[in-house]
Design a protein around this ligand. Sequence first.
Ligand code: ZN
Length: 229
Amino acid sequence: MLDYLVIAAHPDDAELGMGGTIALLLSQGCTVGILDLTDGEPTPQGSPEIRRLETEASTAVLGITWRGNLGLPNRSLQADLASRAKLAGLIRELRPRVLFAPYWEDSHPDHVAASALVDAARFWSKLTKTDLPGTAHTPERILYYFSVHLRIHPKPSFIIDISDHVGTKLRALGCYASQFIAGRPTTPPTFLDSLRDRARYWGWAVGAAYGEPFASREELGLRSLRDLL
Ligand SMILES: [Zn+2]
């Protein structure tokens, strides 16, 4: 049973898009899991073993409750029926209250497929009279994090203040040396500098030091105005 399940096409996408928010939720006593849909390989500097070790290191930095890998094919991820059944079955077992998915518009086909797959699997997870494992479960919401290759600026539905957790986010990202350090420019701004600067930009947008943006297709309600920045 998880409060939040972050679903990502590749190991490191969850940390890129919402590593600070994951750390914030954990600090507030929530249970948070990450499900990577593929192993993210091949990449120019990585290997399955390197990626596994990097993912373990980042998982330890974040201190998350649960992390798994669905074993779907990297680079050819599809929102097909077999993948939908596999993901819906796991959602029924983990029973998260809220799902996080990649933002739906991107140049990486795996990210677009992952986003569509989460939408479809969320619907299937509530089915009765099915041979899916577990019992019917409906996550209340899907929120979309920004981990996009496309250089676009979608309007977020809200921005989470991660000022107290940006250090954890950057330490977690630093674990993925094969993706963010090896073969990248070493003169500032480095790739990690650029990730920090993007968090600074989203924080600036709401008058905080650092932030992470999220989108919701449905309207969001507030119980009070106390947490508005
Ligand atoms: Zn990715």
